[in-house]
Design a protein around this ligand. Structure first.
Ligand code: 5AD
Ligand code: SF4
Length: 480
């Protein structure tokens, strides 16, 4: 075990680590890769920061609130510094704040953005050698993706695959192009190798991840080059795969063959998350989204014309600089026109380095809060009504967990909706035997609520007759 000089005392640094993750699915999956890399370097993960030699914090800076949490947490770290622990700040705040983090929190030894993670083994060696100020701040320089065989996936049934990193869109409000670097696609061959390994390990659901997954362009040479839709189908056709998802898509890159692929391939989930951000052409222009409301609605009409009922969800921002009442009203009418199954709505938050930070933030927080409330109320009404279409349907659900107090199984439909269902066998409620986590159960929908569906497992299904007591789920599966 290496020794280190810390605050004037010589202390032992054990090779144990504790990691906390904030933010989106990209960050959650980055942490899975970081954990795998650390374990491969001989570190052992602990669940209590008090037992860890190295404490890592994987951060998010998409909105100001998320960033504030990081500094709040860093302050709490202070009490542990006397114990000779080492601290690392990773992710978007690391990239954005860079070396300023050392000034704000001098006990931090490593600051690295996601575009530098492929250098982690080397950075860890420098950390072990006692270096105090290590930075991995590749910014927009790198053309490389972070591919590792040692991803420690936390769910043994459903796993993420990053197919594209970074973003080149530069929407006026967004920090991502500055924190995650330029757009880099992985080759179709490397994505397929990873998908096949996951299938061999028993994964049945794969979710493609990227800031803009449908902006993915196969960097393979021309002979084996695939389109995004072809890559979806190729993974969807792997024997053993039951579900393929992808998130997030950008309307600019949303092509009709994606809808055709979903229609033709039952394993591709019938769900598209296509963030619109605003229903007003003026605001869309100011946001530099590079599409109009009409252009977006045309994509919606492709999805709605599909043979399958494809669920549509979106992200929206209210209170972007200059958004008038009339602009906001356009967002409300768009929500009514599309009839989304879910909307993730946010108050505009000015972010460092972005063009929007220099625009006069003319909307008061009260107005933003009020617009957010109106939007969410309207969306709730839509969901209350629109989810009614599922009443009486049979939906296949992947079991995720159990609500013991309600004697319900919590599952997820292909459309990504939560389905709370009960199981009956020979007419009797089963108390302890339930379908295992990760299994697929056909469920008849008996009630619809604005945010979830309620149902009953089909009693005569093969899955229902194979119910077993709740299994212990292994915490991590390392793919190597
Ligand atoms: N303020 C508010 N919301 C934002 N988002 C991204 N940047 C900002 C910002 N500066 C939202 C967008 C994006 C989602 C992930 O977060 O809606 O789609
Ligand atoms: Fe941000 Fe726009 Fe890129 Fe999405 S597409 S990550 S909103 S810059």
């Amino acid at each position: 075990m290496p020794c280190d000089l810390f605050g004037g005392y010589t202390v032992m640094v054990s090779k144990t680590f504790y990691i906390e993750t904030f933010g989106c699915q990209m960050n959650a999956h980055d942490s899975e890769k970081v954990i795998g890399t650390l374990e491969q370097q001989g570190y052992a993960r602990v669940e209590d920061e008090g037992e860890a030699g190295l404490i890592l914090y994987n951060t998010c800076s998409i909105r100001d609130k998320a960033e504030q949490k990081v500094f709040h947490r860093l302050n709490e770290y202070k009490r542990l510094q006397g114990e000779g622990k080492k601290f690392a700040v990773l992710g978007c705040v690391a990239q954005q704040e860079g070396e300023r983090i050392f000034e704000k929190a001098p006990y931090v030894s490593l600051v690295a953005g996601s575009a530098s993670y492929r250098n982690l083994p080397e950075m860890l060696r420098r950390l072990e050698a006692g270096e105090q100020r290590i930075t991995g701040l590749d910014d927009r320089q790198t053309d490389l993706t972070f591919e590792t065989e040692f991803t420690a996936r936390s769910n043994p049934h459903r796993g993420y695959i990053t197919i594209i990193e970074g973003c080149d869109k530069f929407c006026a409000y967004c920090v991502v192009p500055y924190t995650r670097g330029k757009e880099r696609s992985r080759t179709s061959a490397s994505v397929l190798v990873e998908a096949r390994k996951m299938v061999d390990l028993g994964y049945t659901e794969i979710q493609f991840l990227g800031q803009n997954v449908n902006s993915w362009r196969d960097p393979s040479d021309s002979s084996g080059r695939m389109s995004f839709a072809e890559l979806l189908v190729a993974v969807g056709e792997l024997p053993g795969i039951r579900r393929v998802r992808f998130t997030t898509s950008h309307p600019r890159d949303f092509t009709r063959d994606i809808v055709q692929a979903i229609d033709a391939t039952p394993t591709l989930c019938d769900h598209v998350h296509l963030p619109v951000q605003s229903g007003s052409n003026g605001v869309l222009k100011a946001m530099a989204r590079e599409y109009t409301r009409e252009w977006y609605l045309e994509r919606m009409s492709w999805i709605k014309a599909a043979k399958r009922d494809i669920s549509i969800t979106s992200d929206m921002i209210v209170g972007f600089p200059g958004e008038t009442d009339a602009d906001f009203e356009e967002t409300i009418t768009l929500v009514g026109e599309v009839k989304y199954d879910a909307v993730f709505a946010f108050k505009f938050s000015p972010r460092p380095n972005t063009p929007a930070v220099t625009m006069a933030d003319s909307i008061s927080d009260e107005v933003k809060t009020e617009r957010l409330r109106i939007l969410m109320d309207r969306q709730r009404e839509i969901q209350r009504e629109h989810y009614g279409r599922h009443l009486g349907q049979v939906q296949e659900c992947m079991v995720e967990s159990y609500n013991v107090s309600r004697n319900q199984v919590v599952g997820r439909s292909s459309q990504n909706k939560t389905v709370n269902f009960t199981t009956r066998q020979n007419g009797a409620q089963i108390a302890r035997a339930q379908p295992p986590v990760g299994s697929y159960v056909p469920v008849r929908i008996t009630q619809t609520l604005p945010n979830c569906l309620v149902g009953e497992a089909m009693a005569d299904s093969a899955e229902a007759s194979a119910f077993v007591p709740m299994p212990r789920v292994p915490q991590f599966v390392v793919l190597n």
